[in-house]
Design a protein around this ligand. Structure first.
Ligand SMILES: Nc1nc2c(ncn2[C@@H]2O[C@H](COP(=O)(O)OP(=O)(O)O)[C@@H](O)[C@H]2O)c(=O)[nH]1
Ligand SMILES: [Mg+2]
Length: 452
């Protein structure tokens, strides 16, 4: 996702960071590089101009130029402005209304409306514990209603039965009655789109809007169309009360122009990203995380959340607290190992991390692979609670006992204890940056140091 933009910006940043001091000329040159990178990513020209105009005076500030690491400070300025541009904090779905709460999906044909309707339904059911009914108002494209019905059947989501030949207005009215009868909390209306904006489509969705009075109207837009997606959003916003954008095909978008331009051009925030064809391929859009990704800083917060999903919030919080205190225990190590297994092993985790190559080589050195993970799990399970809390007490005779218990030998136990030491040192290093703080306080200085 957005890798071309990331690579270009990384090039600019690395030359800025290499310089022991920066003068105005060097900053200017860096900004020219950033400008070029954004334009090549198909970010709208207005957005680029405004962005550079905001970054420039800050990047040229005396406190930055004179600081000990001016390059990193410039990156931080760019990061902050990018977060602003992307929309600051994520705005959640509005569910505060009397059920069945109506929501509507609009957008051009082929943008991914129908697929996204099902993705969003599943997302809301899972994360907000609400019952959804999906309704297709696309009476024009052959089999469009069937497509939604099928998605409903495949994913166990309620859909309104199709009545051939019924007009969209009548389907709306029938849907509201049926949703109440079926105890649905939310109705998701999928509408018909055309290949480009035209009067007929706009007047139809306006009419639908006046009948169903949606609390949320999502524009589904194709990320691959770049800044055009933002222009389309602007047009829709002039007609209906758009409350959010869902940007699809972000998985295949190397440039990122749509994501970067969207909020500025349309004044509507992106709320979700479509990141694949499967039902679960939808992600909440977090501006700070996306900015981290675009600037090549990885996505630590997503990693932490994914781990939380697998591990249970509580364990993770505890592990995190221990980390902060610098008390990484064997029990935490066991949790880490289990997390790793669940998250697709080392490779899966690495893809989220900043400074990937550095840590990866460190891990390679420590020799952690899938088989070792399973073996280490057995070893830790053979330890007593005390030993897990304080591995320092594991002397020769304890090592022998643990080796017997886990069907290994003392050499293997020694190796694990060594790995644990390395791991806990690495964790301590990472924890100094305070993972949680990332989401509300911007980038911790630790991350910058890793980027050097
Ligand atoms: N790779 C990828 N494909 C998507 C995504 N969202 C939708 N698609 C695909 O785009 C095509 C058109 O989607 P559809 O929902 O029928 O578009 P609609 O005409 O707006 O209803 C389908 O083949 C989808 O599988 C996405 O986020 N990533
Ligand atoms: Mg459709």
């Amino acid at each position: 996702m957005f890798e071309n933009l990331t690579n270009k910006l990384e090039e600019v940043f690395s030359s800025l960071k290499k310089a022991p001091s920066l003068d105005e000329k060097q900053v200017d040159e860096g900004l020219r590089g950033i400008r070029q990178a954004l334009l090549e990513a198909d970010v709208s020209l207005d957005v680029v101009k405004d962005f550079i105009a905001k970054v420039k005076p800050k990047a040229l500030g005396q406190e930055i130029i004179r600081s000990t690491s001016p390059g990193n400070m410039v990156v931080k300025v760019v990061y902050d402005e990018l977060v602003n541009l992307l929309g600051e904090s994520n705005s959640d779905i509005n569910l505060k209304s009397v059920p069945p709460v109506p929501m509507m999906m609009v957008g051009l044909q082929g943008s991914g409306k129908t697929t996204t309707t099902a993705k969003l339904a599943k997302y809301i059911e899972k994360n907000k514990k609400k019952k959804i009914m999906m309704v297709s108002l696309d009476v024009y494209r052959p089999a469009a209603q069937e497509q939604l019905k099928l998605l409903g059947e495949q994913n166990n989501i309620l859909t309104l039965p199709v009545i051939e030949g019924q007009r969209p207005e009548d389907i709306c009215r029938r849907a509201i009655g049926a949703a109440s009868l079926n105890g649905a909390d939310i109705i998701l209306f999928d509408t018909a789109g055309r290949t480009q904006i035209d009067f007929q489509m706009m007047s139809e969705i306006k009419q639908i809007e006046s009948i169903i009075k949606p609390t949320e109207t999502f524009l589904v837009a194709d990320s691959l169309t770049g800044q055009v997606a933002a222009e389309v959003a602007k047009e829709f916003k002039n007609t209906v009360n758009l409350t959010g954008i869902i940007l699809t095909r972000a998985d295949g978008d190397a440039r990122g122009g749509a994501a970067v331009s969207m909020k500025y051009v349309s004044q509507v925030p992106i709320k979700f990203l479509g990141v694949g064809e499967k039902i679960e391929n939808i992600e909440v859009f977090h501006p700070k995380r996306i900015a981290n990704r675009i600037l090549g800083m990885g996505d630590i917060v997503s990693l932490v959340e994914k781990a939380a999903e697998d591990l249970g919030e509580e364990n993770l919080k505890k592990a995190e607290e221990n980390l902060k205190k610098g008390q990484f225990s064997m029990q935490d190590y066991l949790s880490q190992l289990r997390q790793m297994k669940k998250m697709g092993g080392i490779e899966g985790i690495m893809s989220f991390m900043p400074g990937v190559s550095k840590i990866k080589s460190q891990m390679d050195k420590s020799g952690i692979d899938e088989k070792v993970i399973t073996q280490n799990e057995a070893i830790i399970l053979s330890m007593t609670k005390k030993e897990r809390e304080n591995p320092k007490i594991i002397d020769g005779s304890r090592r022998k006992r643990i080796a017997n218990g886990s069907g290994t030998d003392v050499a293997t136990i020694n190796k694990l204890l060594k790995q644990f030491k390395m791991m806990s040192e690495m964790m301590k290093k990472m924890s100094k940056g305070n993972l949680k703080g990332m989401s509300d306080k911007g980038i911790p200085p630790e991350l910058f140091n890793q980027l050097k």
